[in-house]
Ligand binder design. Structure first.
Ligand code: SF4
Length: 363
């Protein structure tokens, strides 16, 4: 739910970058410790420069759960701001500079379809199934997991979340990202014929009874459109040109890309791998362009490129701009709380249960 959603006025969009930067600095100074700006790694350089803390969705969820700031401005996408609202207390408010900054992947699953699938799985199978939702999902999905003995995961802790679930059951229902689910389960040694895809438009997800009975992981048919832009042909080309290149990919990439890569991991993992790599090493990275370009600029002693001939980027992350941030902060500094992200009360407690199970995972 968005309270007082307000589009960025033309008067802000037409300001120069210098003027927008100045406005942001002034508003930040005025709000002081009452304000915390969180920035996801996929933000542009000019936006993330204003973040008090930057990170991937796991790191930012942890920071949000610990901050005492009264106002949190989330430079990221909507589900991240929702997550921050769930893990903060009632007297803290979370804002997003553009309420249209959604997530293609999160929109791949609707709660009514997930509930129908859950009922169909249980018609076939009576053994315990645990639901896991990737953090890239709505608060209703997280609440569903909390109510049904499951948890949330991020790309940093998907393996630990699956491990947690398999200590308690023999089957996992994983949504909405099929690729994170498949790549992680396969890495843990689960064979592909025990990992099945659930098509929400088909009866029983398009699977026979036998397939469902045999499956250990049932994957929602969802994906991130940005990470689908990477392919194995380009990896082959890179390796042909330089056999020493190291391919590192995000687990939202498809299975073939993950298998062709040398390393697979979350944005935090990718950053650390490149940060600690030796000078002169050559890396090709399959994730959003803002992060890849930032790595390239931060480590000029290493050769870093993206795993594609063009630069795939997240159009919804790009909704957060200097102008929208400046407008958001000006409104808050003027005690006008626009663009507040407020999770409905009926979802908060169960969603927090699922998030807390994730935050308590040992990784
Ligand atoms: S990069 Fe993909 S998963 Fe991340 S916010 Fe954009 S659409 Fe969603």
């Amino acid at each position: 739910m968005n309270i007082n959603p307000l589009a960025v006025p033309e008067s802000y969009r037409s300001l120069s970058k210098d003027e927008l930067n100045r406005k942001i600095r002034v508003a930040k100074e005025k709000l002081g410790k009452r304000l915390l700006i969180l920035g996801h790694h996929y933000m542009t350089d000019e936006v993330i420069a204003h973040a008090d803390e930057r990170g991937d969705s796991f790191a930012l969820a942890k920071i949000a759960s610990r901050t005492t700031a009264e106002m949190i401005v989330f430079c990221g996408v909507h589900f991240m701001a929702e997550t921050a609202d769930i893990v903060t207390s009632k007297n803290q408010r979370v804002f997003i500079p553009d309420v249209n900054a959604g997530c293609f992947l999160a929109d791949c699953a609707r709660i009514e379809d997930v509930e129908r699938a859950w009922a169909e799985i249980h018609e076939v199978h009576f053994f315990k199934t645990i639901p896991i939702t990737y953090v890239n999902s709505g608060a209703d999905m997280k609440a569903f997991c909390g109510e049904n003995g499951g948890l949330v995961c991020t790309s940093s802790n998907a393996e630990a979340a699956l491990q947690w679930a398999f200590e308690r059951c023999d089957r996992v229902f994983f949504f909405p990202d099929q690729h994170l689910g498949r790549n992680t389960a396969f890495k843990m040694g689960i064979p592909l014929d025990e990992i099945i895809l659930w098509d929400p438009d088909e009866s029983r997800g398009g699977n026979s009874r036998e397939k469902i009975e045999k499956a250990r992981v049932l994957l929602w048919d969802g994906f991130c459109d940005v990470h689908q832009e990477f392919d194995t042909d380009y990896i082959d080309k890179l390796k042909t040109e330089d056999s020493s290149v190291r391919i590192i990919v995000h687990p939202e990439c498809d299975f073939d890309v993950a298998q062709a890569a040398d390393f697979i991991g979350s944005t935090a993992y990718i950053i650390k791998a490149i940060e600690t790599a030796e000078s002169g090493s050559h890396w090709a990275v399959a994730t959003e362009r803002n992060l890849v370009n930032r790595l390239k600029n931060s480590y000029p002693d290493k050769r870093i490129e993206i795993v594609q001939s063009y630069e795939p980027y997240c159009k919804t992350m790009a909704q957060i701009t200097l102008a929208s941030l400046a407008f958001q902060l000006d409104q808050l500094a003027g005690e006008k709380p626009v663009n507040q992200v407020l999770v409905e009360d009926r979802f908060v407690e169960a969603a927090r249960t699922a998030l807390n199970r994730m935050l308590e995972l040992k990784i």
